[in-house]
Design a protein around this ligand. Structure first.
Ligand code: DGP
Length: 107
């Protein structure tokens, strides 16, 4: 298991999850670029959002719903939801993840 996010989602690397659903987890980015910077990651390995969309629409929807939940719980309501897809677009971890970023945390 070489994938860092497989190790995090499976508990091999202990991580505090800010939220969890049946097939996905959310945790804080190790190097936040905004005051709120969370990652939402499916437990099953797909390399990027294109592969996830092509193969598992239900899981994609679950990831989006968990992203919506953590955005509601952790931001003031204004947030960005980003899937970097491909190295030249800035993807560095090739296990699909959504970034939830915001300038303001929930009061
Ligand atoms: P991307 O560049 O879109 O592939 O985003 C990968 C993000 O993952 C990057 O913002 C840093 C974060 N990250 C990488 N390794 C770890 C880790 O071990 N723990 C946590 N919490 N975040 C990580």
């Amino acid at each position: 298991m070489d994938c860092i996010f497989c190790k995090i989602t499976s508990g091999v690397i202990p991580t505090n999850f800010v939220a969890e659903s049946e097939h996905a987890v959310a945790f804080r980015d190790i190097s936040p670029r905004q005051p709120v910077h969370l990652l939402v990651v499916p437990k099953k390995h797909y390399s990027d959002v294109a592969e996830l969309t092509d193969n598992d629409e239900n899981l994609l929807l679950e990831v989006l719903k968990l992203a919506r939940q953590v955005a509601a719980e952790n931001t003031d309501g204004s947030f960005r939801l980003t899937f970097n897809t491909g190295a030249s677009a800035g993807q560095t971890v090739f296990h699909v993840h959504a970034h939830v970023t915001a300038k303001a945390a929930r009061a």
